[in-house]
Design a protein around this ligand. Structure first.
Ligand SMILES: Cc1cc2nc3c(=O)[nH]c(=O)nc-3n(C[C@H](O)[C@H](O)[C@H](O)COP(=O)(O)OP(=O)(O)OC[C@H]3O[C@@H](n4cnc5c(N)ncnc54)[C@H](O)[C@@H]3O)c2cc1C
Length: 314
């Protein structure tokens, strides 16, 4: 017979939202059970230096920050399990979650599953992922294959600018491909990018194909100018895609109310449409998307969950 674990509070996700929710629920004696998912520590573990998280005047390594958050929550009794939720049933109480084939039941659930990078959808992109196509400059930019080579960053927001600036340390030239004729990024980031002699913007253009699947490595991209329709080929050794994120909420579809893009819609603070199921962080926030705002929402969700359980007298 399959084992069923019973928990008061299950937190799905181990980014800043998840670990902050764990800290608060642990200190409220609710022995939270944190399911880390495939990316323990969340998105921040992919960045080297975090300079805008309060309390670290010199900045802090993203991985170190998340390890500290985990340790702090564990000190008060939070438990972590390296598991990904595959299925949920929020129509019954206690709630049921299927985690790597096992069932976990919970009186309250906090969803903190964050958001993932968007794919371009161009031919060659998927087949050449990890062979020159990447979604994280800080993770892969320093690889030997990219050193002193022409590189491409796709996107026009803060993330794309951050990626392009970071890559100037490694690439010979960074082509920043953007579908419009001006960046969407904040002024400070745009100014930094546009004044960097190593970054060459390519305006009004999209990548329609990534080469070369036959050679099993990135050798260039096909570009289309959206204003003129002209097509061209740009040689490069790496394609860094930074075109935004999609919330990791697919497993809640049909049970939790979401907007058209899949972001969870909050009700009464951090509550979802299902009483007892709460949400925090980037899975419901397409506006701020910062570690500190995710952590703040994690705190709020924990307090809301604690009050909900107290009212249920569980
Ligand atoms: C390169 C980069 C640099 C950044 N730099 C900064 C910065 O300097 N400052 C800043 O404030 N923000 C920065 N951010 C943004 C910041 O990382 C996010 O806003 C923040 O991590 C969101 O926290 P979160 O807890 O909502 O989600 P995430 O950190 O994305 O965590 C989501 C968690 O959910 C888990 N998960 C997903 N699906 C499941 C599932 N089915 N079952 C179980 N678990 C699941 C994942 O494994 C992960 O642990 C950066 C982001 C990136 C990509």
């Amino acid at each position: 017979m399959l084992r069923v674990l019973m928990k008061k509070v299950v937190i799905i996700g181990s980014g800043p939202a998840g670990w902050t929710a764990a800290l608060y629920t642990a200190r409220a004696n609710l022995q939270p059970f944190v399911l880390t998912g495939g990316q323990p520590g969340g998105l921040l573990t992919t960045t080297s230096i975090v300079e805008n998280y309060p309390g670290f005047p010199e900045g802090v390594d993203g991985y170190e920050l998340m390890t500290r958050m985990q340790k702090q929550a564990e000190r008060f009794g939070a438990k972590a399990s390296f598991g990904s939720v595959e299925k949920v049933d929020f129509s019954r109480r206690p709630f049921a979650l299927v985690v790597d084939g096992e069932t976990v039941e919970a009186d309250a659930v906090i969803i903190a599953t964050g958001a993932s990078h968007r794919h371009l959808g161009a031919p060659g992109e998927d087949l050449l992922e990890t062979k020159g196509v990447t979604y994280c400059a800080t993770c892969d930019g320093a690889l030997p294959v990219f050193r002193n080579q022409p590189l491409i960053v796709i996107g026009g927001g803060d993330s794309a600018c951050e990626e392009a600036l970071y890559l100037t340390r490694f690439g010979s030239v960074i082509h920043l491909i953007h579908r419009r004729d001006a960046l969407r990024a904040s002024k400070i980031m745009s100014d930094r990018v546009l004044s960097n002699p190593k970054i060459k913007p390519v305006w009004d253009s999209v990548v329609t194909e990534v080469f070369d699947v036959k050679q099993d490595k990135v050798t260039g991209v096909k570009l289309k100018n959206l204003k003129t329709g002209a097509e061209s080929v740009l040689d490069c050794a790496g394609v860094f895609i930074a075109i935004g994120h999609a919330p990791n909420t697919g497993i809640f579809k049909g049970q939790i109310e979401m907007d058209a893009n899949g972001y969870i819609i909050p009700k009464n603070g951090t509550m979802t449409n299902v009483p007892g199921v709460f949400m925090a962080g980037d899975c419901s926030d397409h506006v701020y998307r910062q570690a500190i705002t995710a952590a703040g929402m994690g705190c709020a969700a924990a307090i809301d969950a604690e009050r909900f359980l107290a009212a249920q007298d569980r």
